[in-house]
Ligand binder design. Structure first.
Ligand code: IVH
Length: 668
């Protein structure tokens, strides 16, 4: 085939297939059969293979996802992704309405929408093409998950029509339909694997999966509700949603203009029950001022817009029977009781287990085995038991008695005064605790060992190849390559990862050891003050508490950890393996006390350095990077797009605002 003809055919097929995707996934009105669709897709694949110069990331053939691993680059949001303030009653919505009326004297309308319970996403379109997809992250920076998002069929790769702005962002929710979620769980159950908690977490987890092909197979869906950009061609939010729909986005039909509070309340009432028929999870209604102009007048507080509020539906409450209670030991040794229930359907998913949190909760509920209990599914990961129907209790039912010994290793459990949880004290001999320590050791913020995650640790520990962190450094290639679902390549990746970890700076190694209460910040402080492991190991409790921010609890834990022979041996072995156990010369030389005693908050985006780099510089020079503005804040280090709420607060507390250049001058 001639190049020109191929190009024409490829373009034609692409448009046709995208149109069918739109009809099927957005409108729910398929025009052709799945078979016909597949035939056309195959034809396009073939043509693209013959003329690779015409393939592109936005072709429908790319929606199946490639097998290559995605690495999620952290990127800064152009506009921060804020959250919404919540309301739980009509009264709170009336308060919201009153607050608005104090600022706005003209008449106005609301738009009511469903609040989709998924994972929020921000998409950037340039010239009608999907350019970037970023997760919410911490609201300021998120993960670039474009490759995965391209596999979601209801998201347009190329927009329809021609009246869209050259560049804009659109925000929405990535959701996993109940049907897909329940199917996935049924498969996991068959395989005897741990079940997924809920569609929201599964959608979020799927978006962050490294293999886009698996993401494609997970059949995620999407709903969009907010457009941002410069010079947008509409004055009303409702209109913007209609436009988004025309351009090819999935916008919920359950979107209505409400002229007054009564109409808002009617919408809430209707959807409180109607939502049970929807294919995806919703957890409330978002009420927004319709006029964009009035939205701008109302502006934002530090965390959320003043022009919108989220009304949360009351959690669905269902009764079922308590079969038994089992006990799980976490990585810290805390023992959590879990209720095993006669399966019931709540909010679209089947519930078989509920968390009981701790012994006090069992006692307060007065639980007996066989009891009829009320189960509620709120925002939590696993549902909880909220009450017992004692009228249905049979006199033969026995009270639930909390176990005395660890279900994993048999050690007698202990409970510290004032703490709710029972602990297994056998830190170094109890399997979930050891595995937990190993997982923490290899995790991203600790040693960040490529190729080693929860599953591999489970395998290594289960096969007896590594029973603690030091043994990871004794692993041989053939041992790894022989493991299930592992090959030469993955084995080499792990060995390379372990080798690379020998360069990880001391403060992260210290954090990776998993000493209780020694988090990232404490590890940094200890490193900065005491410089090497020998000094930390030999420091008396009094010496430790003299250090700023190290209190009794941390000092006890550190001194206690090093008093154990096996821990000292662990350090010795890691030292022999070549890990860093002293502060790097560079850090030692580079560190100053120029910002000692100063609390600095970072806000916005910067020209020369990333926020992480600036944070590092503050700490390196003896200052403290803080998260929110208070009267104790010394400076706001402000870049572009500093949040309006922060600005307001800085003025309120009289905190000085400095630019990146002024900050750099302070360090000169
Ligand atoms: S509007 C500036 N509309 O809820 C506010 N958010 O708690 C923009 N969400 O982060 C958000 N459905 O992930 C909006 N119809 C809807 C929504 C919605 C779900 C999520 C979104 C947001 C969170 C706020």
């Amino acid at each position: 085939m001639e190049r020109e003809e191929a190009y024409r055919k490829i373009t034609e097929l692409r448009n046709e297939l995208e149109e069918h995707n739109y009809c099927y996934y957005v409108l729910n009105q398929p025009v052709i059969s799945d078979f016909e669709f597949d035939m056309k897709l195959k034809e396009l694949e073939k043509l693209e293979a013959g003329f690779p110069e015409f393939t592109g990331p936005n072709s429908p053939t790319q929606r199946v996802g490639s097998d290559s691993t995605s690495n999620f680059e952290q990127v800064e949001h152009k506009y921060a992704m804020l959250s919404l303030s919540n309301a739980y009653s009509e009264g709170e919505i009336a308060d919201f309405d009153n607050r608005i009326r104090k600022i706005i004297n003209t008449g106005f309308e609301y738009v009511c929408e469903l609040k989709f319970d998924g994972s929020s996403i921000s998409l950037t379109y340039k010239n009608g093409r999907l350019a970037r997809a970023v997760t919410r992250g911490d609201g300021v920076r998120g993960d670039d998950v474009t490759q995965n998002v391209r596999t979601i069929k209801s998201i347009p790769l190329q927009l329809r029509g021609n009246d869209f702005p050259g560049e804009f962002e659109i925000r929405g929710e990535i959701v996993m339909p109940f049907s897909v979620f329940n199917e996935l769980n049924a498969e996991l159950e068959q395989a005897g694997e741990q079940l997924l908690a809920n569609p929201r977490n599964t959608a979020a987890g799927t978006l962050k999966m490294k293999n886009p092909k698996i993401v494609a197979s997970r059949k995620l869906d999407s709903y969009f509700y907010y457009i941002l950009g410069k010079d947008l061609p509409f004055d009303e939010h409702f209109e913007s949603l209609q436009k988004a729909r025309e351009w090819g986005f999935k916008v919920s039909d359950a979107t209505e203009i409400c002229k007054n509070l009564d109409e808002v309340f009617a919408f809430l009432k209707k959807w409180d029950t109607a939502r049970q028929q929807l294919p995806v999870a919703t957890d409330g209604v978002v009420i927004k001022v319709n006029s964009k102009h009035l939205q701008d007048n109302l502006g934002f507080t530090a965390k959320s817009p003043r022009w919108a509020i989220a009304y949360k539906f009351k959690a669905e409450n269902v009764s079922t029977v308590l079969n038994s209670v089992s006990y799980q030991v976490g990585r810290t040794g805390a023992v959590t009781p879990v209720a095993n229930l006669v399966p019931v359907q709540i909010a679209g998913t089947i519930v078989k287990r509920a968390s009981l949190h701790n012994a006090d909760i069992i006692q307060n509920l007065g639980l007996h085995l066989g009891d009829t209990v009320y189960v509620e599914k709120g925002g939590e990961i696993i549902p909880k038991i909220t009450g017992v129907d004692t009228a249905k209790r049979n006199p033969m039912f026995q009270p639930v008695k909390f176990i005395d010994n660890c279900p994993e290793c048999g050690t007698k459990l202990i409970r510290t005064e004032g703490e709710a949880a029972f602990y297994c004290p056998n830190e170094d001999g109890c399997p979930p605790q050891i595995k937990g320590k190993m997982e923490h050791f290899v995790s991203r913020k600790a040693m960040d060992i490529d190729g080693l995650g929860e599953e591999t640790i489970e395998l290594l520990y289960g096969q007896g190849l590594a029973k603690n962190i030091t043994e990871l450094y004794e692993l041989k290639k053939d041992q790894l390559a022989n493991l299930e679902r592992m090959g030469e390549k993955s084995a080499q990746r792990i060995l390379d990862g372990l080798e690379a970890s020998k360069k990880v700076p001391f403060e992260r190694v210290l954090f990776a050891l998993g000493i209780r209460f020694v988090g990232e910040t404490v590890a940094k402080t200890l490193t900065k003050k005491l410089h090497n492991i020998e000094n930390i190991q030999s420091a008396k409790k009094e010496e430790l508490t003299e250090i700023d921010e190290i209190g009794e609890r941390i000092a006890d834990s550190v001194a206690g950890w090093f008093s154990k022979e096996e821990n000292r041996q662990c350090v010795q072995k890691l030292k022999e393996a070549g890990l860093q156990f002293q502060i790097s010369g560079e850090k030692l030389l580079g560190s100053t006390e120029k910002l000692a005693g100063l609390n600095i908050i970072i806000s916005g985006t910067f020209n020369h350095y990333s926020r992480d780099e600036l944070k590092e510089m503050i700490e390196q020079n003896g200052g403290k990077n803080v998260g929110s503005i208070s009267k104790n804040t010394s400076y706001v280090l402000a870049g572009k797009n500093m949040g309006p709420g922060k600005l307001e607060k800085a003025n309120q507390f009289g905190v000085k605002i400095i630019s990146e250049d002024e900050f750099l001058k302070m360090l000169e």
